[in-house]
Design a protein around this ligand. Structure first.
Ligand code: BES
Ligand code: ZN
Length: 619
């Protein structure tokens, strides 16, 4: 009898684990027990305390058991102060027991809450702490208006846990509602149904009725105003950015319209943009209904709006169809980079789209030479590591090139239908790489046999570097720029005869990125004199110029460089500059000085990245 029971148990366990593996390998980056029990709805009741730099209040989880034997709810936390726990047992709130486990250096501290048989909801009362990795608290001087403080969250990849006790894995989805209290002079916004009107009492209510992965729960608060752009789009920002942003991003509605034609309906109703202060560590973050955007793309000529196409594209790839774990990030970012470029082609034409492809491919090829071999794989191994440390252009541009490869092999008609089916069939689900490969084989590769082999698919997804047969996007405009570089460098052409007057920002970027790395200081000075590059107000052009200037030790840029490093906190723009500065002793000293002034204004993530650059340089 006993033996039979053990056998039955073993059968049950193996059945269960079979089911678990059919859903893919568990997410190493969470310590929550999300395969046993999930929270399906979250309610937040939080006060934004600018004085203490804390979020204070409670989170309520509505629970659904997957394994009926579950007696514990394990949540992710990092640097949170847990005050008390309450359980809803048969309609009554009762005090609960909890224990915070020892901290794991990557994942934080697991919070274990004892459940009763009948527990249907759990409330955790807590506050975050000023060092929360997922929040930045800005002083008034760091804002455009200089009068009010500002705060914002950045939860991707595993920082939601630093401001909410939560099951912090993209493998699951929740709906949420929130009551947020701030000072009357401030306005909070969330990745939810924002109300364009400000409240009189500083209390705001939000609903997100669509199930999203926890890393997409987002909040910001500050002296935030609203300006509508079209029926579905608006800008939220400090007053100072409102008009410029509404003009720069006026094509957002057109972007939504063309994407819907290609890939099916936009499912999130409203699509607004929140323009953040310049310390925002990313270009953008695809928080649903409200993308968070750096002000460094306000160039005045729409030259950098591919960022908006990118964040919008995530409304299909990423937010609708999500990576199940962070090693599957390429499913989010690769698809998004691909869709972004298709949007740019529809709205701004083929030539611009090709230029953007060529620039990012050049960037990837340079990066592939520097990265550890393992990190050049799409299905990257990140167990035991902080996903932020494995961040690179690989999931983005190698992922995009893989999809361009498929597009070219099968033709747009078949490939577009496949992508559309992917979004439809996997809507509001999380997907891992293996499940995607099965779907790809069933619906494209084996449906039209003899076009792309298994070996090629495996090489793209599971092998290092780029396949020899990778697409290599080029542009006629860039070939022309290259001819001019060659002519000027060989002194067969005067700089005055290089036809720059009609160049787009992209042609300028190609030009600067492709000048010989040993260009003479005379030629640097000649360029600067002719085009005033040191004073360029386009942040991408300034970045490319400053980077070359550091390499060539062209000291005339130093004041501008210091100012750039102090006023911008976007990692993509500052990290390569610090890396280059750290290589030589004199420039390192310059960088240390600039960083001393800049660091207090940077986001915790940017601080971490730049700290690591100096630590490595000193070794
Ligand atoms: N979702 C990303 C930002 C991100 C990725 C944050 C991984 C944390 C972990 C966002 O959509 C993004 O890709 N931003 C880019 C935009 C660019 C590629 C157009 C950025 O910030 O530079
Ligand atoms: Zn992205």
């Amino acid at each position: 009898m006993k033996k039979r029971l053990i056998l039955a148990c073993a059968l049950f366990t193996s059945l269960f684990s079979m089911q678990a593996s059919a859903q893919g390998a568990p997410d190493w980056h969470t310590q929550s027990n999300y395969t046993d029990i999930i929270s399906t709805h979250i309610q937040l009741d939080l006060k934004v305390d600018f004085k203490k730099k804390q979020m204070q209040g409670y989170i309520e989880h509505t629970l659904k058991k997957i394994n009926s034997d579950t007696k514990i709810l394990s949540l992710d936390t990092r640097a949170l102060t847990i005050l008390k726990v309450e359980l809803l047992n048969q309609g009554k709130w009762q005090a609960g027991h909890f224990k915070l486990a020892e901290k794991d250096s990557v994942r934080g501290s697991q919070l274990n809450i004892k459940l009763s048989e009948s527990t249907s909801k759990v409330r955790v009362h807590y506050h975050s702490n000023p060092e929360a990795s997922g929040l930045q608290w800005l002083n008034p001087e760091q804002t455009a208006g200089k009068k009010y403080p500002f705060m914002f969250s950045q939860s991707q990849a595993i920082h939601a846990r630093s401001w909410m006790p939560i099951q912090d894995t993209p493998a699951m989805r929740v709906t949420y509602s929130a009551k947020i209290t701030t000072d009357k002079s401030m306005r909070p916004v969330m990745s939810a149904n924002n109300n364009p009107k400000r409240s009189a009492d500083g209390v705001y209510h939000f609903e997100m009725p669509q199930a999203i992965p926890p890393y997409l729960i987002a909040i910001a608060a500050g002296d935030i105003h609203h300006k509508a752009m079209s029926k579905q789009t608006a800008i939220y920002s400090e007053k100072e950015y409102l008009d410029a942003a509404a003009k720069e991003f006026e094509d957002t509605q057109a972007m939504i319209d063309v994407t819907e034609k290609m890939y099916g309906p936009y499912r999130w109703n409203q699509y607004d943009l929140l323009i953040l202060p310049p310390s925002f560590p990313f270009g953008g973050m695809e928080n649903p209904r409200l993308s968070f955007i750096t002000p460094t793309v306000l160039a005045g000529d729409k030259s950098l709006v591919s960022l908006i196409a990118h964040e919008l594209a995530h409304s299909w790839s990423g937010n609708l169809v999500t990576n199940a774990t962070w090693r599957d990030l390429w499913l989010n970012e690769g698809f998004t980079s691909y869709v972004e470029n298709r949007i740019m082609e529809e709205v701004f034409g083929r030539e611009r789209a090709l230029m953007e492809q060529a620039l990012s491919t050049q960037g990837l090829i340079a990066e592939l030479k520097e990265l550890p071999e393992g990190d050049t794989i799409l299905h990257v191994e990140i167990e035991g590591r902080d996903p932020d440390d494995a961040f690179s252009g690989v999931p983005y541009t190698k992922g995009q090139l893989f999809l361009i490869f498929l597009e070219e092999k099968f033709g747009r008609e078949k490939f577009d239908a496949f992508v559309r089916q992917h979004f439809e069939q996997h809507a509001f689900q999380s997907l891992d790489t293996q499940s995607f490969v099965t779907f790809l084989n069933d619906n494209l590769i084996n449906k039209y046999p003899g076009i792309v082999s298994d070996k090629e698919i495996n090489e793209w997804i599971f092998a290092a570097q780029l396949p020899s047969y990778s697409p290599n996007p080029t542009s006629d405009a860039f070939s022309n720029v290259q001819k001019n570089i060659d002519g000027w460098m060989s002194n067969n052409k005067a700089l005055a005869d290089v036809p720059t007057s009609n160049w787009t920002v992209h042609e300028w970027l190609y030009f600067l990125n492709n000048l010989p790395q040993d260009i003479s200081l005379e030629k640097m000075a000649e360029l600067d004199k002719a085009y005033n590059l040191t004073a360029s107000t386009n942040n991408e052009i300034a970045h490319a110029w400053l980077l070359l200037s550091i390499k060539r030790q062209y000291a005339a840029v130093n004041d501008r460089l210091q100012d750039y490093l102090i006023t911008i906190g976007r990692r993509k723009l500052i990290v390569p500059l610090y890396q280059e500065l750290a290589k030589r002793k004199t420039s390192r000293e310059f960088a240390v000085k600039a960083y001393k002034i800049a660091r207090p204004g940077y986001h915790p993530l940017a601080q971490g990245t730049v700290d690591a650059i100096f630590a490595k340089a000193e070794k």
